[in-house]
Write a protein that binds this ligand. Structure first.
Ligand SMILES: C[S@@+](CC[C@H](N)C(=O)[O-])C[C@H]1O[C@@H](n2cnc3c(N)ncnc32)[C@H](O)[C@@H]1O
Length: 376
């Protein structure tokens, strides 16, 4: 079976170079592991410090682009945080950068962390909203009063070329008495049934509802992750990796705002289909396709995909939670015709049971990911 074009190109470069101890494939594997372990920058820097006679030129370039990507992501997020902090301050909301950054947040997506006073939550949310952020459903949940009283943060999302998440944090109310603490609902439990804070004592009497709610919210957590689009800059490399031709039909399961399906049709002249379960996003995708005048090539379907129901699909693209990917891969491999490709990209490690034909890390100024390909 033909190797994907992206790998073939890189390997052609490697073959022309003097045999070296740390081959390109090795470096790719190291970087892919490093992205999964959220250590991409450290590993890439370590590769760069190796004796250059032991590492091929392409490997050095790959490691350098990983370091550059990590740097520009971190630069972007601190300057965006500073700018937003200034906007808050100008409008009377004292804000400081939250120290609680996760490694994943630094590496993966543009996540901004800002701390504000508890009394300024509403004002801060209003300012953020006028700056393009919105309250994504299922991550903030609960009724407002309840949220402010019991929780200590809210996430807001800005959907752009790169989806940016803003986490506003504040000090939660202190609970000195054990009884209110016992009665305190977890925000995630409040979400599905939306009881007012005052009625929470009822939860003691209604524990079956409580556990059902918990179960629901666990499911929501896995499936309703806020929309994070593939950074536009990464799309050309990911599509090239899939080795798309004009006779292919690409299916993006969970197409979000339609960026992948449209880019594939524009660049490769192929047909593409996008399925999206969030009706707002599906509408956004339809508008995107219409304004580019690509309705003849690109179809957007609003709905939940559970299995492959199209016969002529030859490339499937997935950027979904790992659990959803795991559920889909086997049936896709079974139903797709020989020569078809499945492309998955993720910053999280995939289970060992899924055995892609190849995995390659991709870096750009606004994102880092590992693309996996299965060739049927
Ligand atoms: C991480 S986004 C990726 C969007 C787009 N593919 C991209 O790469 O920019 C995942 C999207 O999949 C949607 N989704 C998740 N499971 C789905 C399913 N079973 N059927 C349809 N859409 C789904 C979500 O609503 C979300 O918009």
């Amino acid at each position: 079976m033909d190797a994907p074009v992206a790998i073939a190109k890189l390997d052609a470069g490697l073959a022309s170079i003097w045999p070296c101890k740390l081959a390109l494939d090795e470096v790719r594997k190291l970087l892919a592991l490093a992205v999964h372990a959220q250590l991409a920058r450290k590993t890439a820097e370590a590769i760069l410090t190796l004796d250059h006679t032991c590492v091929c030129e392409e490997s050095i370039r790959l490691a350098q682009s990983a370091v550059d990507a990590c740097q520009s992501i971190s630069d972007y997020s601190s300057s965006a945080q500073d700018k937003l902090g200034e906007v808050f301050e100008r409008q009377g909301v004292k804000a400081c950068q939250s120290q609680k950054k996760t490694k994943l947040a630094e590496l993966q997506h543009q996540q901004l962390f800002i701390r504000i006073g508890r009394d300024k939550i509403d004002q801060a949310i209003e300012i953020a909203t006028t700056n393009g952020f919105y309250k994504a459903h299922n991550i903030s949940g609960a009724n407002w009063e309840c949220y402010k009283r019991f929780n200590k943060r809210i996430d807001l999302i800005k959907r752009d070329d790169v989806t940016t998440r803003l986490r506003l944090a504040w000090h939660p109310n202190k609970v000195y008495n054990r009884i209110p603490q016992f009665l305190r609902p977890a925000t995630k439990s409040v979400e599905p049934i939306r009881l007012s804070a005052k009625l929470w004592w009822i939860s003691l009497l209604t524990s079956p509802i409580f556990s059902l709610a918990k179960k629901r919210s666990r499911q929501d957590k896995q499936t309703d992750w806020p929309f994070l689009g593939t950074p536009m800059e990464l799309i050309p490399s990911l599509l090239e990796f899939a080795n798309i031709t004009p006779s292919d039909t690409l299916l993006d399961i969970g197409c979000g705002d339609g960026r992948i399906v449209l880019e594939a049709a524009k660049t490769y002249g192929c047909k593409s289909i996008g399925i999206e379960k969030d009706p707002d996003l599906a509408n956004l995708a339809k508008k995107r396709v219409e304004s580019a005048d690509f309705q003849n090539q690109v179809t957007i379907i609003s709905g939940v995909a559970t299995e492959l129901s199209y016969t002529d699909v030859s490339v499937v693209f997935l950027f979904l939670p790992v659990r959803s990917i795991t559920n889909l891969i086997d049936s896709l491999l079974e139903k797709l015709t020989p020569g078809s490709r499945i492309i998955v990209h993720e910053q999280a490690d995939l289970p060992n049971s899924l055995k892609p034909s190849a995995s390659v890390p991709f870096f750009c100024k606004s994102g880092i990911t590992v693309a996996h390909i299965w060739i049927v």
